[in-house]
Write a protein that binds this ligand. Structure first.
Ligand SMILES: NC(=O)c1ccc[n+]([C@@H]2O[C@H](COP(=O)([O-])OP(=O)(O)OC[C@H]3O[C@@H](n4cnc5c(N)ncnc54)[C@H](OP(=O)(O)O)[C@@H]3O)[C@@H](O)[C@H]2O)c1
Length: 332
């Protein structure tokens, strides 16, 4: 059965522009590991099912075989033009995590960061590759503690003021840094981040190092979930299937730097599989349904490499989790 059930996700308060479908489509490996034809089929199917937000970045996927970091945005631009979807499908892209010097090793601080100059120049390049006048949702891809947050906030605000960006969001930020950026914007009467994109899945990671590493991958903490609820933001959950570990015996939970590979994960996976069987769902479908049911305002970003995987993910929206089942899943 085909699925047409992309009910709108809860909206960010007062944010008429950020009306997104309940599942966002990730496109990290489109144009690299996932070739043009399969990527177009996935995009077609997602649009047909009522999905309305694509997630990309200015650096996807520079680390893939043959990748330079421009492939995903370029492929999306071609699909939007080819299918007449420009302006009809919303696009989210990001700045800040690409290599500052592409020919050098990525490690050791070689990240482009969030200076006003980088934001402006990278934004223009993203827009050109995507072939759009306006980017619907523009992210700070990862925090940059070496740039004054006021400079970053003002640079993003300029893009909104000139009508080039619909809404702003952050990714891979600790809660206190996200709150500080939002407070800086509020104090100046500038548009603030209205959503956060963080790693979020049914599994819990081991504690991170303190102080938080200047890592590009930060998990959604319980404190962040509380903040999202209190401030009525939207949480975009990336890597929601933990690389396919719920459905596949050949996959292990992701390891360091965000380490889910521990005994607690095995318990969670076993419970998820048992409950999924009882509900007549796949474990991956239940993992997505759990993210949405637990909330608050969570929109999973799908990472799929085939139409079959996308169809399976869409099936998660048919699953209803009652309170006792939610409690069983939460306490596993
Ligand atoms: N902001 C950030 O820093 C950040 C970081 C990472 C990702 N993201 C975004 O989030 C999106 C998703 O991330 P992700 O790819 O890491 O997601 P994920 O949910 O962890 O993993 C997706 C992988 O799970 C496997 N899978 C999917 N459906 C399956 C199914 N039905 N059965 C078995 N295995 C299945 C596939 O592996 P195979 O392809 O091997 O089959 C797929 O590539 C990205 O495209 C990107 O847009 C953002």
């Amino acid at each position: 059965m085909r699925t047409h059930l992309m009910a709108p996700a809860p909206r960010t308060d007062g944010d008429a522009d950020l009306a997104v479908s309940q599942l966002c489509l990730g496109t990290m490996f489109f144009g690299t590991d996932i070739g043009r034809d399969e990527a177009f089929r996935i995009l077609d199917r997602y649009a047909e099912a009522g999905g309305n937000l694509l997630d990309t970045a200015n650096c996807y996927a520079f680390w893939a075989e043959g990748g330079t970091g421009t492939e995903s945005e370029t492929l999306i631009g071609r699909w939007l033009a080819d299918r007449g979807m420009t302006g009809r499908m919303q696009v989210a892209t990001k700045v800040g995590s690409g290599p500052a010097r592409p020919d050098e090793s990525y490690h050791g601080g070689n990240r482009e960061g969030l200076s006003a100059k980088r934001i402006r120049e990278q934004f223009d390049m993203s827009r050109e590759r995507l072939g759009v006048e306006r980017v619907d949702l523009y992210y700070a891809h990862a925090d940059d503690r070496s740039t004054d947050q006021v400079e970053t906030v003002e640079a993003f605000a300029e893009l909104v003021a000139e009508g080039s960006v619909g809404a702003l969001a952050a990714s891979n930020h600790t809660t206190w840094r996200l709150d500080r950026a939002r407070a800086i914007a509020a104090a100046r009467g500038l548009p603030a981040y209205r959503a956060i994109q963080q790693r979020h899945t049914y599994l819990y990671p081991r504690p991170l190092a303190v102080p938080a590493p200047d890592s590009i991958q930060l998990p959604a903490t319980d404190e962040l979930l509380d903040y999202v609820a209190a401030e009525n933001l939207t949480l975009f959950a990336y890597s929601p299937l933990s690389g396919g570990v719920f459905d596949r015996e050949d996959r292990r939970p992701p390891g360091a730097p965000v380490d889910y590979d521990h005994g607690g994960s095995q318990e969670r996976i076993a419970t998820l599989r048992r409950v999924a069987e009882e509900l007549g769902a796949t474990p991956g479908q239940l993992a997505l349904a759990w993210l949405i049911a637990r909330g608050p305002n969570v929109v999973p970003i799908l990472g799929v490499s085939s139409v079959a995987q996308l169809d399976e993910a869409l099936g998660s929206l048919r699953i209803e989790i009652d309170e006792p089942t939610l409690s069983r899943l939460n306490t596993a």
